[in-house]
Design a protein around this ligand. Structure first.
Ligand SMILES: C[S@@+](CC[C@H](N)C(=O)[O-])C[C@H]1O[C@@H](n2cnc3c(N)ncnc32)[C@H](O)[C@@H]1O
Length: 189
């Protein structure tokens, strides 16, 4: 196995064990609104114009448990949505999440971002939230996505930032040093 395959296998194992996000499944459309998942609003924000079409194709790349995917379906009522993920466990939850919330114009594929060319056609809107930093080669990942973007399309990308994760990193250090202390000390009786 190459280093890259070892990392991807470890990432898939992590998200099979802890599918993310671990949100409760609802039997109705999700209650919130995020303009970045609405084609009309996002297109207008990026270009200052109204998009020429609404019957677009959306790709949710690294969809996890489908919480964002169901928003993409419900907030874009004439779009068709495709979700892909490396984790079969997360995809199982995503299918159930969309089924229960009544998100019908969606299909899922067990596929890495690296292999996205296996999907047919291009996408007008590619959503990739919290995923690229997990790839052994994020540049290769974003290049693979870019090849599937239709002319004039939009990509919504979110990656972890050093500053934004400052508190989490502090907590990780604290847990690591506590674990090291526990390993040094024999358990008390
Ligand atoms: C932090 S979760 C984000 C889930 C979802 N996008 C969200 O924002 O709720 C990261 C997801 O990326 C997936 N992932 C990681 N590497 C991937 C790859 N190479 N191809 C496809 N999915 C990948 C993981 O399996 C996991 O479900």
């Amino acid at each position: 196995m190459s280093d890259s395959q070892t990392i991807s296998a470890a990432v898939a194992k992590l998200y099979n064990t802890y599918p993310f996000p671990p949100e409760p499944l609802l039997d109705e459309p999700p209650p919130g609104y995020n303009w970045r998942w609405n084609w009309l609003a996002a297109y207008n924000f990026c270009t200052g114009q109204k998009p020429q079409k609404q019957d677009i194709r959306i790709l949710d790349a690294g969809c996890g448990t489908g919480v964002g995917t169901q928003y993409l379906v419900h907030l874009n009522p004439t779009a068709s949505v495709v979700g892909i993920d490396l984790s079969a466990g997360a995809l199982e939850v995503a299918q159930e999440c969309c089924k229960r919330s009544g998100a019908k114009r969606v299909e899922f594929h067990h596929l890495s971002l690296y292999d996205v060319e296996q999907l047919s056609g291009e996408f007008d809107f590619i959503n990739c939230v919290g995923v690229l930093h997990h790839l052994p080669d994020p540049i290769r990942g974003i290049q693979a996505l870019a090849k599937k973007l239709a002319p004039g399309g939009l990509m919504h990308i979110f990656v972890y930032g050093e500053l934004g994760r400052w508190e989490i990193q502090l907590m990780q250090k604290a847990i690591a040093s506590r674990s090291a202390l526990c390993a040094e000390r024999p358990p008390s009786k």
